[in-house]
Design a protein around this ligand. Structure first.
Ligand code: FMN
Ligand code: SF4
Length: 482
């Protein structure tokens, strides 16, 4: 597809604000509410760049990534989803041990320096359950499948080895009839733990283990000089799964709305109790899971009120991004929660439908905010999803649909875009195409970059950091005024 065709699908912007107009915009006005204070209401939400060391440490490339965003001086940057446990998880950032503090402190210092102290730095704290790659079909049947009564009854032999050989010869439709649903899923999608697997002791005891794990991680973030934490209660991960209507745990931590929100509240309280009184603790959760039988906006408004009552300092509203409707991965790859319809809602592209990706999630944030305000709660609400123009942000803020307007991919395409707009140079913004090249790299666990950075890229210039294959630059080009 040619660049011109992609440019035709950009959100039209009749005119970019002058520097004077920009200085009067709500988006660039400060926010001071409770423990949260920001120089502007611009926000870069969490984005995993796949740049940590294999041990989950902050690398130089991680520092470069965040410092580059900080040069554009957003009100806040949220550091990518960072694992709270001290277990190997590839080049994803971790905060599950005190040894991570010095690296994170270096990162906080770099962001402060690059933004001239204008940008607040938050870190997203995540817990996730085990997920395995999709196995080779026959290997799964021969080695891992549990042979139960139903399979044995259908098989033409009583010998385990012969049963397995016979199963290998059956069509998938037949295996779907014979296997328990979870076994069939493990074979076709890869094994995935759920919060409802209470026969696994570690999962049954999550309500005992998670509050302390999150609280210790938050204390480390505070010790590293990071300005606040965002608890990751969104998308496909443990805490979102507790909140989900699909959580049927019957130990008091599932089934009813009150049960489903119980652990998320206990975690929030444990974190609050562990950090200083004035330290901001917010969270990100879903306004709608967008899956069959999942939570919807009614659940979300209920949860939001409970989070606000429990002292959350901000609520960042996202949408979708679930494993339940993910596409089947290739053999040897793991399921990715942004490949199905709920995933498309989480990171919408220009192809999603006639509305396109623009301001798509705003109604969720607006409904949640309205409920909180009616209840006398002023908790700041953050919306994200297809924001790429200052006028979108102005409309959202002036109509009271959110308090902070976040942009992930547009900020990736052009980390300087906030500053360019404030300088009256909006026409120079490198605009996001919303076609998700970046997300494709995330899915493959490759260093995330933007397709738009690689235009006119001088491959001979040794000062430009590149991907391992040398083909992509790892940081956004600097702005040369036209
Ligand atoms: C490469 C990439 C990585 C992401 N990683 C995270 C993450 O770690 N945590 C999170 O809550 N959202 C993550 N997101 C979702 C974004 O924060 C954001 O909600 C989404 O992209 C929609 O906003 P946008 O239209 O402004 O991009 C990621 C998005 C992208 C493109
Ligand atoms: S790669 Fe990502 S950030 Fe860059 S233009 Fe495409 S969607 Fe936007």
């Amino acid at each position: 597809m040619s660049v011109d065709r992609r440019e035709k699908r950009l959100l039209p912007i009749a005119h970019w604000p002058s520097a004077e107009e920009a200085s009067a915009m709500r988006w660039f006005s400060p926010l001071d509410e409770g423990r949260l204070s920001l120089k502007t209401r611009t926000w870069i939400p969490a984005m995993v760049p796949w740049r940590a060391t294999p041990e989950g440490e902050v690398s130089d490339a991680v520092i470069e990534w965040y410092a580059r965003f900080a040069e554009g001086r957003p009100g806040a940057i949220v550091i990518e989803a960072t694992g709270i446990r001290d277990i190997p998880s590839g080049p994803l950032l971790r905060i599950g041990h005190d040894r991570y503090i010095p690296g994170l402190r270096r990162l906080a210092d770099a962001v402060r320096a690059a933004s001239g102290g204008e940008t607040k730095l938050f870190i997203q704290l995540i817990d996730f359950l085990s997920i395995k790659r999709r196995p080779h079909r026959d290997k799964f049947i021969l080695r891992f499948l549990k042979l139960d009564e139903r399979i044995r009854e259908a098989a033409p032999s009583a010998d385990d080895a012969e049963i397995r050989e016979w199963l290998c010869d059956q069509e998938d439709e037949r295996l779907q009839e014979l296997f328990p649903a979870r076994e069939f899923e493990s074979m076709t999608m890869g094994y995935r733990e759920r919060v409802t697997d209470v026969d696994i002791p570690e999962i049954a005891s999550l309500p005992e283990s998670l509050p302390a794990l999150f609280a210790e991680a938050a204390a480390r973030a505070e010790a590293a000089g990071i300005d606040g934490v965002e608890l990751h209660y969104a998308h496909a991960y443990t805490m979102a799964s507790f909140l989900s209507r699909r959580n049927t745990r019957n130990d008091g931590y599932g089934t009813t709305r009150e049960g489903r929100v119980r652990l998320p509240l206990e975690v929030l309280r444990a974190v609050r109790a562990r950090v200083k009184k004035e330290y901001p603790v917010g969270l990100r959760f879903l306004g709608d899971e967008v899956i069959q039988g999942g939570s919807d906006l009614e659940d979300a408004t209920f949860f939001a009120l409970r989070f606000a009552e429990a002292g959350a300092d901000f609520l960042s509203i996202s949408k979708g991004g679930k494993f339940e409707d993910a596409k089947q991965p290739k053999v040897g790859e793991a399921a990715y929660p942004y490949t199905g319809p709920s995933g498309h809602e989480c990171m919408p592209t220009v192809k999603i439908d006639a509305q396109g990706p623009f301001s798509r999630n705003v109604p969720l944030a607006a409904a949640i905010r309205a409920t909180l305000r009616k209840a006398g709660k002023n908790t700041p609400i953050i919306t994200a999803g297809g924001i790429c123009s200052p006028w979108q942000a102005e409309e959202i803020l002036s109509s009271g649909e959110a308090d902070i307007v976040a942009a992930a991919r547009q900020s990736l395409a052009d980390p300087d875009w906030f500053q360019k707009i404030r300088d009256g140079l909006g026409s120079q913004v490198r605009r996001c195409f919303f076609t998700n090249y970046c997300e494709g790299l995330d899915q493959k666990h490759k260093a995330v970059t933007c397709q738009r950075w690689d235009r006119d890229f001088d491959r001979e210039d040794p000062s430009i950091l590149r991907s391992a294959d040398g083909k992509r630059r790892l940081t956004a080009p600097h702005f040369v005024k036209n």
